[in-house]
Design a protein around this ligand. Structure first.
Ligand code: ATP
Length: 199
């Protein structure tokens, strides 16, 4: 599995459709201050489902939509897509080529898509869980992240290690099952209460 390309359209400083191809090996992005290098990393985090606008250096949802320039009108929608080669089926989905898209409108409405079909944010989270690629994973180390990792609390560090070790999915599934069991238990108690009342 590898990231083949990133498409941005209306996201932050990328007013028009911009495609960044990642060929094999190392890709460096260079440019003057303020030219949009960090916006590219923000776009990757955002398409992976980042919900904290602070983490991608924005005030709110509309702040990621191109706000207009000298000769350009503001955009009403921002869209970012990750193009992934999944021929080794590293991601547990039966597609060789994957296009993961997130779109946001000025109204604040978000849309997530896989290969142009609408999906839920939960599906994105599940797809990337334990792969090291998700929004909180260790594959994206932005400015200040190393210092943040070094000064993490033991709990935060444990979460990072769990993601790297691939146990986060099992932990999440266990938590969901425990919640379901508790819900069922309280339903059973309600039924018993009614039964006792009728007896
Ligand atoms: P540095 O090298 O200083 O870290 P950089 O190349 O990483 O800079 P970024 O921080 O990615 O630059 O980009 C900042 C630019 O993005 C600023 O010029 C800012 O005005 C622009 N920008 C951010 N959000 C928007 C938006 N919603 N609409 C238009 N431009 C935006």
């Amino acid at each position: 599995m590898y990231l083949k390309a990133l498409e941005l359209n209306g996201f932050k400083s990328f007013a028009e459709k911009t495609v960044i191809d990642f060929t094999n090996g190392i890709t460096s992005i260079v440019g003057p201050n303020g030219s949009g290098k960090s916006n590219i990393l923000d776009a990757i985090l955002w398409v992976l489902g980042e919900q904290s606008y602070k983490s991608i250096r924005a005030k709110d949802s509309s702040d990621v939509i191109f706000s207009g320039g000298k000769n350009r009108k503001a955009k009403s929608v921002a869209e970012v897509s990750l193009i992934i080669d999944n021929s080794d089926r590293y991601l547990d989905i039966d597609f060789t080529d994957l296009k993961i898209t997130r779109r946001i409108y000025r109204s604040g409405e978000n849309e997530y898509l896989i290969n142009n079909r609408k999906i839920r944010l939960k599906d994105i989270n599940n797809l990337f869980m334990d792969t090291g690629i998700g929004k909180q994973a260790y594959s994206i180390i932005g400015q200040g992240r190393v210092e943040k990792i070094i000064s993490s609390t033991p709990k935060e560090l444990k979460e990072l290690i769990e993601e790297a070790a691939g146990v986060k999915r099992a932990k999440t599934e266990k938590e969901e099952s425990v919640k379901k069991l508790n819900d069922i238990q309280s339903e059973v108690e309600k039924i018993e209460y009614v039964e006792n009342d009728l007896a």
